[in-house]
Design a protein around this ligand. Structure first.
Ligand code: PAF
Length: 292
């Protein structure tokens, strides 16, 4: 990355797709490597770490901010989803992002929009897909494909907290020949271990305390593996026991292959994703750990 290609300019916020394309084309023509950080806004430290990672390895970083309606099932929290455009603009500017793209729903889904990008159910019908419905990942892959087409990034950044999403997007990019590298950035946690999430804003004070059982449960799974347990039933049970003690009934706790999400019965040397989801009050939280 060179200072000649990184402009060091103040943040510009644009919503128009053609304005976005022009700005990106200008920088690409000047030799810049283009990075994209797709977000739904309500920025927290997790988003900031994605932006910083992007700025490390791209010359020009576009952060997209779009609360994508198609990835919310009916009855989910689309209307309540936290929105804070002013705060997001200030944070992105503080981090040094040059371009914040805030398309409107009608820009990405014009009247008559009739196309869905869908990845096989072996990846999208398990874990969160089994509980939120097929529509969720179809909405994610459709919008991310559109973001890739509009921005044309050389590299795009996603968080490990949404491990299944990252796996699904990697597969989509590979299968559809998107010329983009997918970088997965480690989960950012609060001091007590809770993974940063925009949905943490929904937690009551009491549930915020109980939510620390989620990372503790994942740590228990890791410790079970470290202490020699090989059966994923035992490893998952170690996590479940912690949740039970905290009075949390998880939506799921599962151990799956960390690359293709197939079921894993025994640890065998391949990385295994232990992932969980739980509802605490109005918040549906997810978290995971990879056991190597
Ligand atoms: O992880 C998110 O915030 C969203 O799922 C994404 C990738 C921006 C697509 O809407």
């Amino acid at each position: 990355m060179s200072s000649a290609t990184r402009g060091g300019a103040a943040l510009r916020a644009v919503s128009d797709v053609s304005e976005l394309s022009e700005l990106v084309a200008e920088r690409r023509a000047a030799g810049a490597r283009i990075g994209l950080v797709p977000t739904m806004g309500a920025f927290h430290e997790g988003h900031i770490s994605l932006m910083r990672a992007a700025m490390e390895c791209a010359d020009f970083v576009v952060v997209s901010l779009f609360v994508n309606p198609t990835q919310f099932a009916p009855g989910e929290d689309l209307d309540a989803y936290p929105r804070d455009l002013e705060g997001d603009v200030a944070l992105a500017a503080e981090v040094g992002v040059e371009l914040l793209w805030t398309p409107a729903v009608a820009d990405l889904y014009p009247d008559g929009f009739a196309t869905t990008v869908s990845v096989d159910e072996s990846l999208t019908g398990v874990l969160c897909g089994a509980h939120r419905g097929a529509q969720h990942f179809n909405g994610v892959t459709t919008v991310v494909a559109k973001l890739f087409n509009c921005v044309g990034p050389d590299v795009a950044f996603f968080g490990q907290k949404d491990a299944q999403q990252a796996i699904v997007i990697k597969r989509m990019a590979r299968d559809l020949d998107f010329p983009v590298e997918i970088e997965v950035v480690p989960t950012v946690r609060d001091a007590d271990g809770l993974a940063m999430s925009s949905r943490n804003a929904y937690l009551s004070v009491e549930d915020r305390k109980r939510a620390t059982a989620l990372p503790k449960a994942l740590r228990a799974a890791e410790l079970a593996a470290e202490s020699g347990k090989r059966s994923t039933l035992d490893i998952v049970e170690a996590a479940r026991a912690v949740l039970r003690n905290a009075g949390i009934e998880p939506e799921y706790v599962e151990a799956r292959d960390a690359e293709n999400l197939s079921e894993v019965k025994e640890l065998s040397g391949r990385p295994v994703l232990v992932a969980l989801a739980a509802r605490l009050g109005g918040a549906r939280l997810i978290d995971n750990v990879v056991i190597n």
